[in-house]
Design a protein around this ligand. Structure first.
Ligand SMILES: NC(=O)c1ccc[n+]([C@@H]2O[C@H](COP(=O)([O-])OP(=O)(O)OC[C@H]3O[C@@H](n4cnc5c(N)ncnc54)[C@H](OP(=O)(O)O)[C@@H]3O)[C@@H](O)[C@H]2O)c1
Length: 325
């Protein structure tokens, strides 16, 4: 099979396509043909050695995919050849033509969902859903500020926050990105290239401040944003796409009585499989009801996976991109 291989940690540009042996399904595994793989900001961090986990090299990157069952291990039940599944892979390896997975690690989906959408349903929407539901305890009528609101996890948070009944305030760096957030349900917008985000949040919340802030960006907007928290608010730490990991003057949490809440979706999936399964059922229901969708801005062939990753890392992506295999 063909696969994208990271032979040593370094620039995304170094990723090349190589011929690799086809994986063979073990007793309790499914042999899967990958139809499309989702592209996430952490893919770029991982191959540079900048992510929280560092697999041994060489490895095939790619953390989520949509695939079709090609073969069944002897002990597998409940699946047929041709079934379509999605999976967030604990062993990476999604930027490849084939993969094997434990039958309990995949989620069966209807064949009607296009692979380029399906492959992007888990990481971004899964993170946003877990963040707003379990970690943020978002309530109907509360104000929710989403930074990086046109990015992968940001746009998912806009959609899911709206579906949960919040007043969604999208914050992003360009008018074009904010227009996409509005198309996806945002009630108000803040262009943080032009406005001070602290003053803007105060303005959009009638002086109260934000009940919940969902922040995948960090960097320079973190501190002004956190200074606009409402009393009893929850600031959700999602990621640091802005580059730097900010520091917090901790007295702010005391003075303003807000909570700083960490979110790590991968840890949730590993440690709370039953809750994760319930979340996925709820998410699929929201998808079927049209309350959430995957906005796929662009697709790339497998050989151009590095361009797909760079499109995300270069701050260009609006919604998601997918690698079609
Ligand atoms: N905690 C978790 O479980 C979890 C799960 C998935 C992802 N993450 C993390 O969340 C972060 C965002 O992931 P994502 O998939 O939403 O990424 P994404 O699609 O690239 O979106 C990130 C957004 O960050 C903003 N940004 C600001 N400065 C940037 C820069 N220098 N380079 C790139 N983007 C910049 C951009 O919006 P503007 O241009 O509008 O500012 C961009 O749309 C990453 O750090 C990722 O590792 C965390």
């Amino acid at each position: 099979m063909k696969a994208i291989v990271c032979n040593e940690y370094g620039a995304v540009e170094n990723l090349g396509i190589e011929e690799m042996p086809d994986p063979v399904a073990a007793e309790n595994e499914l042999g899967l043909k990958i139809l499309a793989a989702g592209v996430n900001f952490p893919d770029g961090l991982l191959v540079q050695g900048l992510y929280q986990s560092r697999p041994d090299t060489p490895f095939i990157p790619g953390m989520e995919f949509c695939g079709e069952v090609e073969s069944l291990g002897a002990a597998v039940s409940g699946f047929d050849i041709g079934d379509r599944v999605i999976c967030s892979s604990h062993k990476q390896s999604a930027f490849a033509e084939k993969i094997t997975m434990g039958s309990n690690q995949v989620i069966k989906i209807p064949n009607t969902i296009a692979p380029e959408s399906a492959c992007n349903l888990l990481v971004a929407h899964g993170t946003a859903h877990h963040a707003l539901k379990q970690r943020g305890q978002l309530q109907p009528g509360e104000s929710l500020v989403v930074t990086g609101a046109a990015g992968g996890t940001g746009l998912a948070a806009v959609q899911i926050g709206k579906a949960m009944g919040a007043k969604v305030i999208a914050a992003a760096s360009t008018a074009e990105k904010l227009a996409l957030a509005v198309e996806n349900g945002a009630d108000e917008t803040i262009n943080y290239s032009e406005e001070n985000i602290k003053d803007a949040i105060r303005d959009r919340t009638d002086g109260k401040g934000a009940d919940v802030i969902y922040d995948p960006v960090g960097g320079d907007i973190f501190e002004p944003a956190i200074r606009s928290m409402a009393r009893n608010g929850r600031f959700l730490v999602i990621g640091f796409a802005g580059g730097s990991i900010p520091k917090l003057p901790i007295n702010l949490a005391l003075v303003k009585e807000f909570s700083l809440v960490g979110v790590f979706w991968g840890s949730f999936v590993r440690n709370e499989p039953a809750e994760f399964a319930k979340n996925m059922q709820e998410l699929m229901q929201m998808y079927e009801q049209g309350k959430v969708s995957v906005v796929v801005e662009k697709t790339f062939p497998l050989a151009q996976t590095k361009d797909a990753i760079m499109h995300v890392m270069d701050r260009k992506v609006k919604g998601k991109v997918a690698v079609i295999i």
